[in-house]
Every structure is written in structure tokens, then in C-alpha cells.
Design a protein around this ligand. Structure first.
Ligand code: FAD
Length: 498
């Protein structure tokens, strides 16, 4: 792994970071460590961005991310400051990693035991055990090369990709075909193809619109493992906020920024409450579409409205948070419920937006692992159905969909929740838009299609406003908690060289 670049040039600067998602929190830590005076302004009542936490009636729900993946990235992050994740939170490796209920009555567990997984694959298709091993070997190589040469590197411009070193390292990697074609080269059985592809939902894509370079996600899933931070993902937010405080970062919540105005030698950042922050530089971790369209005057925007309208957005989501009486023993901590043909659901996200009639969805039951997230004798779970960004979202539609999801869980997972629900709340398209200023209510930002990956994704520097920078999932490397942590490093490094 390369050494971090020198960020010390930011020392002594005042920096305002707008938004406290993982990208903003991470950037703030790197800058403060390098000697900058950093203030994070967060619109909402709590820090963490899409990793917000809801506490009601004794239940504690992670409202956003729930899969702790790529532990190596968190170690690298804390290691930069001479710390380790264990100083801030405790991790548990999950077993099984996850359970899948196929809607034809079949169910399968994927576990930390690779041999057990190989045997499972072989049961579905003769020869699949060997194919699985080959697939993982390639995925691991792609991960190592991808992380070193692409993810942790600044390759904001197309010409950065055509340097001979990168080409040499990319040789033989399956980069730009679709994930669907790539997976079909290894497995014929549709269920095995689904197992290798479900991780694309983390990237906000589908098997046909995501490039095959993301097969590296299988190394993440099977080899690096799936973990749970005790207390939930909110504990990771708390850990990074604590680290930032130790480094001198100041945080303000309920501070919704309404304007980034230029002034001689810097900026005036104004909030809804009428406060004004005079600063040398600004980093926006708010969704880039919001920053450009709402916080900057038209002549200072890099992209016009057509640009934002024409992007491919990652799905929004229908989230149903449930507090339930008793155990839900059929469900694992992470459970996927998949129709055997999920193409229609992907079409209803990306091609022909509609509320999916036969949804593929995810159930998270942290109370299987952690008894602090629900009152005694109760279970804490949420259902997450990916739906198209920008979809019509009304109380009536939510209520109908809530019934559909509860019925579907009963039908496909032997878990009848109908008469056991003691707390429930929904969160969907309109909430993403209003709570996070998310464009079209996307849950994740811009999808990782080929045309929105690496040099084709917005970079960390504003080309129109010197001193304004971006971080988080709209920029490179992209979506997901580990990627946003790395984005913070890349943003700080860009600032250090200017
Ligand atoms: C439901 C869901 C499930 C997910 N599951 C996983 C998972 O299991 N594992 C994983 O790794 N990733 C997961 N992700 C993705 C991951 O959570 C995100 O990619 C990541 O947290 C985004 O971080 P970010 O840095 O882009 O900032 P964000 O989290 O998007 O935060 C941006 C912040 O900016 C604030 N803001 C916006 N406008 C303003 C303004 N004008 N003034 C001040 N503040 C403003 C917002 O309120 C927000 O707090 C999930 C996401 C969601 C929504």
C-alpha cells in the first residue's frame, strides 16, 4: 500500500466541511491532523449522514449502512493517526455472513468457511466448486490491483488511466464487460449467478449496467468477511467523531448550509439559522448535485441541470424499520430474499420505474447478534427494498407496499410478523430528499456504471471555484462506507498539493 501524500500545506488554514457523512468526517480527520482548523457543519440533528441512527421505544436502528465490509480500509484509516479500530469499537465476524431465501422455497447460507461454500456451490452445479475457487482467485487479484492502482490513487483524469504502468497492471483484468457476462463465464446456474452478483446492490447498480471490474466485491464478501460493530454502524460514526475531536475537529449539528459565497481570499459559508463562517477553504460532503444547484450561484457550477438529469442514479429504497415481539429465528443477521428471476426488479429500478411487485430485498436483524438494540424479548429488524430514484412516494403507496413486504416475508421466510409488530416506521424517496438533500431521493448517489466510474466520475476539486472541494460518494472512489473513508483521504491529499 502506498504511503499517504504530504497534506501539511493545509496547516494553519481554516476549513469548513459541509456534511458529516463518512466522507466529511474522514476528510476532517486528515485535515485536522495536518494542522488545519476544521469545522464540520451538519444539517441534521446528528452526525453520520446516511449512517443515521433512530432510537425509539427501546429499539435502536441503523437507518442506513449495516454491512461492515473491507476491515482493511478501516484499519488503514485509523492507522494513519496511530490508532486502531479496536480502540473505538468492537467487531464481530458474522457466521453465517448472510442467508438467502429464494422465493421457490430454497434457502442457502454463505459462511466464513470457504470449503463449506464450495460444497454448497457444487450441490447446485457440478464443477462449480472449482469455478468458485478460480473466480475468487481472480477477484482477489483484482481487489489488490484495484485498491493499489485505482481506489487509493488519484486518477481523476482520463490520461491518468493510459499511463503504461496502469495498463500493465490492468492487463488480464476483466474490466469493462458487464458483470452479467463475467459471471456467466463461470457459472450457469442462475442462483449461483445471483449469489455472485447481489453485492452490486451495494454499488447501486445492476448486473447489466455494472462493469466486471467490480467482481472484486466477491473477494470482499467471501475472503475479507462480513463484520458487525457492537452497537451497530452508529458505533463506527461515534468512533470517527471521537477521533476527530481528539485531533481538534469542531462539529456543529442543526447547521443547514444555504450558501457558499466567495469573498477576498476565501469564503463566507452561511446557514439557515443566519450564522456566517468565514473560511479559507470549503469541502462539501453534501450530495454534489445539491451543492452545485442549491449552494452555488449558476456561474460557479461545473455542471448544468442537464448533466444532473442525465446521470444514472443508484436506487432509492423503501425502508421498513420494525420492532417485533419475540424471536425471528428463521432469519440470519443479514438475510436476502430473492425471486429466482430478478431481472424484472432491476428493470423497475433502471428502465421502467415502478414499485416492484415481486421484490428482491434485504432484511437486517442486528438483534440476532446484539441484545442492546432491542428491549428484552423483542427483535429489531428492517427491510430494505431497492426502488427507482425519483419514484412517486405517497403515504398510500407506502402503506400498500408495507403490507406487500410483510406478506412477502411471511410467505418466503417462515416468519409471520403480522401480529407481533410493536414499533414501525418507514423511510423512502421523499425522506432521502428532505433529510439528506439527496438528488431524486437516491439512497446512494451516482451508480457505478462504466461511464460514471473513476475518471468519468466527478473529482475532488471544483474546476470553477478555487478553494472548493468535494468528498463522499458522489466523487471517487464512490459508494459505500469504506470508499467514502478513502474519498476523505483523496480530498485531503488534493488540498495538500494546492
Ligand atoms: C439504506 C442504506 C444502506 C446502505 N448500506 C450500506 C452498507 O451496508 N455498507 C456500506 O458500506 N455502505 C452502505 N450504504 C452506503 C453508505 O452508507 C454511503 O455510501 C455513505 O455513508 C455515504 O457517505 P457520504 O460521505 O457520501 O455522506 P452522506 O452520508 O451522504 O452524508 C452527507 C451529509 O451531508 C449533509 N448535508 C446535505 N446538505 C447539507 C447542507 N446544505 N448543509 C449541511 N449539511 C448538509 C447531509 O445531511 C448528510 O449528513 C448504504 C446507504 C443507505 C442509504
Amino acid at each position: 500500500m502506498r504511503q499517504p501524500r504530504d497534506i501539511s500545506a493545509v496547516g494553519g488554514d481554516d476549513v469548513v466541511v459541509i456534511g458529516s457523512g463518512f466522507g466529511g468526517l474522514s476528510t476532517a480527520c486528515y485535515l485536522a491532523d495536518a494542522g488545519a482548523d476544521v469545522t464540520v457543519l451538519e444539517k441534521n440533528e446528528q452526525l453520520g449522514g446516511r449512517a443515521s441512527v433512530m432510537e425509539e421505544d427501546g429499539f435502536r436502528f441503523d437507518m442506513g449502512p449495516s454491512w461492515y465490509l473491507m476491515p482493511d480500509v478501516f484499519e488503514t484509516f485509523f492507522g494513519h493517526f496511530g490508532r486502531s479500530p479496536e480502540e473505538y469499537y468492537t467487531l464481530e465476524r458474522l457466521d453465517p455472513h448472510y442467508r438467502i431465501f429464494f422465493k421457490d422455497g430454497d434457502r442457502v447460507d454463505m459462511t466464513p468457511d470457504i470449503d463449506a461454500n464450495k460444497a454448497t456451490f457444487e450441490e447446485y452445479e457440478p464443477g462449480a466448486s472449482e469455478a468458485f475457487e478460480e473466480y475468487l482467485t481472480k477477484s482477489e487479484r483484482n481487489y489488490e490491483i484495484g485498491m493499489e492502482h485505482f481506489v487509493y490513487e488519484h486518477r481523476d483524469r482520463l490520461r491518468d488511466f493510459v499511463d503504461t504502468d496502469v495498463l500493465r497492471h490492468s492487463w488480464g483484468l476483466s474490466l469493462i464487460g458487464s458483470m452479467q457476462d463475467h459471471v456467466e463465464d463461470y457459472f450457469d446456474h442462475p442462483k449461483l449467478q445471483q449469489i455472485m452478483q447481489y453485492t452490486l446492490v451495494f454499488l447501486g447498480g445492476s448486473p447489466t449496467n455494472t462493469p466486471a471490474l467490480y467482481n472484486l466485491m466477491s473477494h470482499v464478501d467471501f475472503n475479507l468477511g462480513v463484520y458487525y460493530p457492537d452497537g451497530g454502524m452508529g458505533a463506527v460514526v461515534d468512533g470517527i467523531v471521537e477521533l476527530g475531536s481528539e485531533l481538534g475537529v469542531e462539529y456543529e449539528t442543526d447547521a443547514s448550509v444555504t450558501e457558499i459565497a466567495g469573498r477576498r481570499g476565501g469564503f463566507a459559508v452561511r446557514t439557515e439559522a443566519g450564522a456566517e463562517y468565514l473560511t479559507d477553504r470549503v469541502v462539501s460532503n453534501a450530495d454534489m448535485a445539491h451543492t452545485e444547484q442549491e449552494l452555488l450561484p449558476p456561474e460557479k457550477r461545473q455542471y448544468d441541470d442537464d448533466y444532473w438529469e442525465s446521470r444514472t442514479y443508484a436506487p432509492s429504497a423503501f425502508l421498513l424499520y420494525l420492532g417485533v415481539e419475540g424471536e425471528v429465528e428463521e432469519l440470519a443477521h443479514h438475510t436476502l430474499v430473492l425471486p429466482t428471476d430478478w431481472n424484472e426488479h432491476f428493470e423497475q429500478i433502471f428502465d421502467d420505474p415502478a414499485w416492484p411487485e415481486d421484490p428482491a430485498y434485504y432484511l437486517c436483524v442486528p438483534s440476532e447478534t446484539d441484545d442492546t438494540v432491542a428491549p428484552e424479548g423483542h427483535s429489531n429488524l428492517f427491510a430494505l427494498v431497492p426502488i427507482a430514484a425519483g419514484l412517486e412516494d405517497t403515504p398510500e403507496l407506502r402503506s400498500q407496499y408495507r403490507d406487500l413486504v410483510i406478506d412477502d416475508i411471511a410467505e418466503n421466510t417462515d416468519t409471520d410478523l403480522h401480529d407481533r409488530i410493536v414499533f414501525e416506521e418507514t423511510f423512502s424517496v421523499d425522506d432521502f430528499a428532505s433529510r439528506y438533500n439527496s438528488f431524486q431521493g437516491t439512497a446512494l448517489g451516482m451508480a457505478h456504471t462504466l461511464r460514471q466510474t473513476a475518471p468519468f466520475r466527478p473529482g475532488h476539486t471544483s474546476s470553477e471555484v478555487p478553494g472548493l472541494y468535494y468528498t463522499g460518494s458522489f466523487t471517487t472512489p464512490g459508494i459505500g462506507v469504506p470508499m467514502c473513508l478513502i474519498s476523505g483521504l483523496l480530498t485531503a491529499e488534493v488540498m495538500g498539493r494546492e
